[in-house]
Write a protein that binds this ligand. Structure first.
Ligand code: GRF
Length: 203
């Protein structure tokens, strides 16, 4: 097994930030060999920013709205993120699609958490879609990000059965509980060399 490596994580988020907080807590309790070097957020005043400040994690807020196009915004993102020298970029409720020009810089090193058993229910409102469809089970997927929407190689999944007559709120709570356990666990497995990411293509 390879030598453990304390991972430098750049977390990208747009909203609530409960997954960001789960990562921070796992680090603090010694369950995740990592450091969050930066919390990047595209939404000014998002709740995740309060969580990052409370955890004393450096934040970068870059509102996407004033930018003329996606490429200009991506250039600004990279300029802001590269000085942190992150080993991995973790999408934890980041609500924008990352273009190829970003993914090529961090190739095979951008990881996303999605609240369904992919390939089922990709995209927005995945928990609600599974609930409305009456799916017998749903779950959580952690995967490497490619240029598609929730289509990249799967690293880990955990499933749960829907209870008979379960409310959407109950299902959401149960899915989030899994997320908060699964994402730190996958990151820790990468840090300890128990999970290997695909090699980065050489330029
Ligand atoms: C989570 O359900 C995650 O799977 C999805 O966005 C949600 C973010 O929740 N990608 P939070 O902001 O971490 O609370």
């Amino acid at each position: 097994m390879s030598t453990p490596k304390k991972l430098r994580l750049a977390v990208l988020a747009s909203g609530n930030g409960s997954n960001f907080e789960a990562i921070v807590r796992a680090i603090q309790s010694g369950d995740l060999l990592a450091e969050v070097v930066c919390l990047f957020c595209n939404v000014p005043h998002a709740k995740v920013l309060e969580r990052a400040q409370a955890a004393r994690v450096p934040t970068v807020v870059l509102d996407h709205r004033p930018f003329a196009d996606r490429e200009e915004y991506t250039d600004a993102m990279l300029k802001a993120l590269l000085p942190f020298k992150a080993d991995l970029v973790v999408l934890a409720g980041y609500m924008r699609i990352l273009p190829g020009s970003f993914l090529r810089v961090f190739s095979n090193r951008v990881i996303n958490i999605h609240p369904s058993l992919l390939p089922e229910f990709p995209g927005l409102h995945a928990i609600e879609k599974a609930w409305k469809a009456g799916a017998p089970q749903t779950g959580v997927t952690v995967h490497i990000v490619d240029e598609g929407v929730d289509t990249g190689p799967i690293l880990a999944q955990e499933s749960i059965e829907l209870h008979k007559g379960e409310t959407l709120e109950s299902l959401e709570n149960r899915v989030h509980q899994i997320e908060h356990r699964l994402l730190p666990r996958v990151l820790n497995d990468i840090a300890w060399g128990r999970m290997t990411l695909p090699a980065r293509p050489s330029c």
